[in-house]
Each structure stands twice: as structure tokens, then as C-alpha cells.
Design a protein around this ligand. Sequence first.
Ligand code: FE2
Ligand code: FE2
Length: 133
Amino acid sequence: MRWNESFSVGVAEIDEQHKRLVEMLGNLLEEMKRGRGKDVMANTINDMFNYAKMHFATEEKYMALYKYPESALHRREHEKFVETAKSFYEGYMNGSLSAIDLMNFLKNWLVEHILGSDKKLGKFVSGASLCKR
Ligand SMILES: [Fe+2]
Ligand SMILES: [Fe+2]
């Protein structure tokens, strides 16, 4: 999976972080294809989760700054992701889920969330910052 312009939400800081997330997901996929052990995969996954949390905080900063009307809903999506990702991760570690299951969840969530909720937020923020100029 590669980042391309269709993922752009129109806010540079958010786009940069999405690029990094997509890149991390690509690294994870590479490790999976090469049959890396769970310990290697676990490190990459942990890095990605930590980065995702930092990224959510960035988006939430914009929501507060511009008084985004859909911030409660968007925040809940972030919270739900952290919870679900944790249980997928545990499932992967205890062997009840395959690496592919975990990858598919991460990839689908990221793509759907960026194209849906994050684009909506990006549009609002870029519109609002134009008005402030
Ligand atoms: Fe988001
Ligand atoms: Fe995002």
C-alpha cells in the first residue's frame, strides 16, 4: 500500500502523519511477507500504535482549535480504533488471529478513516483557516 494524492485531506501536518502511518503499515507488510517472527512484528506494531496515538492527538488539536462540530464522533472513532487494535494485537500474539487478519484490519481501518472522517475534518479545517486570513 502506498500513499497517493487521493488520500490528501488538505492539511499538510495531517497529510505528513498519514504518509508516515502508511509507510509503517508497508513496513509491517514487508516483515510479514518475509516471515519475520512475532517479536520483530510486535516492535513494528507497537511503534505504529504509538505513532497513531500521537497522530490522533494532532487531529484532535485541530478539532479543538477550529471548534469542529463533529469532534465527538471523530474522537470516538479514534478511541474505538485503539480498543479494537489492542484486541486484534492480543489475538495475534496469542495465536487466535493471523498476521493477515491483523494487517487487513489495520489497512482497512486506516484507508476508510482517512477517506471518510479525516477528509471531512480536513475540509472543515482548510475552509475555516481560509476565513481567518
Ligand atoms: Fe482521524
Ligand atoms: Fe488521521
